[in-house]
Design a protein around this ligand. Sequence first.
Ligand code: FAD
Length: 392
Amino acid sequence: MKHHKYLIVGGGMAADSAIHGIRKIDPSGAIAVICEELHPPYDRPPLSKSLWKDAQFESIWRSQHNLDIAIHIGKKIVNLDPARKTATDNAGNSYTYEKLLLATGGSVRRLSNADENVIYFRTVDDYRNLRQLCEHGSDFVVIGGGFIGSEIAAALAMNNKRVTMLFPESGIGARVYPRPLSEYLNSYYQEKGITLHAADTVRSIQRSGKKFVVTTENGKVISVDGVVAGLGIQPNTDLAAQAGLEIDNGIVVDELLRTSNPDIFAAGDVANFYSRLLEKRMRVEHEDNANTMGEIAGMNMAGQKHPYHHQPFFYSDLFDLGYEAIGELDTNLEIVEDWQEPFRTGVVYYLRERRVRGVLLWNTWNKLEAATELIAEKNEHTPATLLGRIRN
Ligand code: FAD
């Protein structure tokens, strides 16, 4: 039985940020990190963006230099006993703790009717597999028109691959972007040589020699060298459920990031927190959230009482287009578009009952603070009061 003052379950960006948070307060308390992946913590966003352009592979690794921690890679915590303050991994090792962090992230959604070699893109190993396929393969199908699907399709096309996208919605990013913008993205991707099968889904994916044969519900049959899917994730709450912690679309945490057990914290993609800005509970899958929440969770594990009042932003890159966004981006809300140059530069506002709930800053930079203030002020708005409000 190994004892650590701090035990961190998961080895992603939230876990790494928690290590740094703990060390800001407690320079010497023993920290152990248990990570199912075979790698120490790394940045995920470059896997679908900069690594396909010019960034060096080595740049993704996070540094815990001189922080004196024990990282156990390739081990999964399978049992958590809050009464005994003990966690056990899949190799039978047990660890006791004073404070524990669940930074277990999420697991990819999979297709039920597909060959097992489909790449459900999430990890550095998925990136390496896809890179390897790209060495000899020229044709790829990307399933999903959300964040991961749209980024990977662009990355492959920029690397001179023939790409076919398949997604059930009418357009790329249709659940998040206003319809005209989503339609513009469809034509933009087509101009870049990508074939789109919108409003269609997978019937089956089978192996035929080295090729994959994708058959769609609309009857298309596509033969390719690789299939990549970005279908979203499910939060990894099994351990928390087994430990009797409160769960509601993620592990429920209070503003100090404690779960329903005060010695167990949660942070990152798996945590359901209260957003002070939006006055509601939410769970998000964003880098800024994993980093900021992870660090604050670490500081609070070490005895601080910092409330998590940060509203995380997110971002994406699609060819030469890019954006930052904050708040609720939901196409069911009322949408006001304010374009400086149609679909190239502008701001999109998402309103509920005339109040701004979310802002999409499309190729519009350094405006996150202004967008956050606009959501916070809670004044009633009309298109007339919003046009030019942020972009100028
Ligand atoms: P994860 O990164 O999922 O890490 C959790 C870790 O815990 C995993 O390594 C998992 O194996 C491990 N684990 C789980 N259960 C156990 C267990 N029981 N025992 C031990 N280990 C366990 N966000 C943005 O804001 N902008 C972007 O542009 C962007 N791009 C992205 C691109 C890609 C390709 C991906 C995959 C994600 C992207 N994201 C982006 C999302 C962002 O990367 C995530 O929000 C972030 O990685 C979440 O970090 P996390 O530490 O909470 O969870």
